[in-house]
Design a protein around this ligand. Structure first.
Ligand SMILES: Cc1cc2nc3c(=O)[nH]c(=O)nc-3n(C[C@H](O)[C@H](O)[C@H](O)COP(=O)(O)O)c2cc1C
Ligand code: SF4
Ligand code: SF4
Length: 261
């Protein structure tokens, strides 16, 4: 049997969580990386024999919007699924509930769900180096328990009622900043093109990396983290203040939440 790992991971921590859970489940693995726009061009159609692990990050208390929109093109057809969100040690608010509802609506039967802490993409010192070895152990154990339930033919009939959150989903956890939350590019840029190729939503102009479409950018920080010249940055002092406020107010360590039958 094959495990299909369907994920979105601009900075890479979500993928680490997915890998640890997959190790515990101990199947052969096929990856569908929805971070790459090419992989969002086609439908994903599964069957009742399939097992799918969905792993997506939380942005502003909700499921990051790209995989959320892509769910219209995922057909479960009675396949079994595990829903997992990753978040930066503040809170996952409504995001896991949102994901389990989308997975239900797409026609899957749930095996389990979970929320795991990852390094905050804002690079503000929140949850640095997570998932760490303790998280890895929890994630592998979670995977092993899911595998045991698969081998015993057990599934979760109504996971959605056990997941914390509010439906209708509450307003996104966001602040009003003095400008759009979009990276700007400094004169250090050598126009190498790496950020344009890597942007999950193709928001950076293909000829001029100084131009980023603020309506398309999802502020995922991928271009900022990957630029070897350190040329991209969000140049808003109130954003820096917000990132520091988060780091100060949410520093106490949170542990993964898991939901199993
Ligand atoms: C725009 C944005 C909004 C975020 N909002 C939240 C949030 O509401 N709560 C939280 O705990 N973490 C939040 N995070 C942190 C991410 O959930 C976390 O860094 C995630 O692991 C990133 O996944 P990745 O490393 O796979 O890109 C946010 C990150 C970004 C970029
Ligand atoms: S990765 Fe950095 S140096 Fe390369 S084009 Fe983008 S901003 Fe410029
Ligand atoms: S331009 Fe925006 S969406 Fe694209 S990689 Fe940079 S932060 Fe992410």
């Amino acid at each position: 049997m094959t495990l299909n790992v369907v994920y979105f991971s601009p900075i890479g921590s979500t993928l680490k969580v997915a890998d640890y859970i997959a190790e515990g489940m101990d199947f052969q693995v096929t990856y569908v990386d929805l971070t790459d726009p090419v992989n969002r061009q086609n439908e994903l159609v599964f069957s009742s024999d399939d097992i799918v692990l969905f792993v997506f990050p939380v942005y502003a208390g909700r499921l990051v919007r790209i995989p959320r929109y892509f769910f219209k093109r995922i057909k479960g057809n009675g396949g079994r699924a595990v829903s997992v969100v990753t978040y930066g040690n503040r809170a996952y608010d409504d995001a896991l509930l949102e994901l389990t509802m989308l997975v239900d609506q797409a026609g899957f039967l749930h095996l389990a769900a979970g929320a795991f802490v990852c390094e905050h993409a804002f690079d503000n010192g929140l949850a640095t180096s997570r998932p760490d070895s303790k998280d890895a152990l929890t994630a592998r154990l979670f995977g092993q328990k899911i595998r045991a339930n698969i081998d015993e033919n057990k599934s979760y009939q109504n996971i959605t009622s056990s997941i914390p959150g509010h439906y209708p989903f509450k307003t996104r956890f966001r602040h009003d900043f003095s400008g759009p939350l979009v990276p700007s590019t400094s004169d250090k840029c050598i126009v190498c093109g790496r950020c344009m190729e890597a942007c999950p939503v193709s928001a950076i102009d293909q000829k001029n990396p100084k131009v980023t479409d603020s309506k398309t950018c999802i502020t995922c920080f991928r271009c900022i983290r990957m630029c070897q010249k350190n040329a991209r940055k969000i140049e808003l002092s109130d954003f820096d203040d917000h990132a520091s406020w988060l780091a100060e107010n949410y520093k106490s360590r949170k542990e993964p939440d898991i939901f199993l039958p």
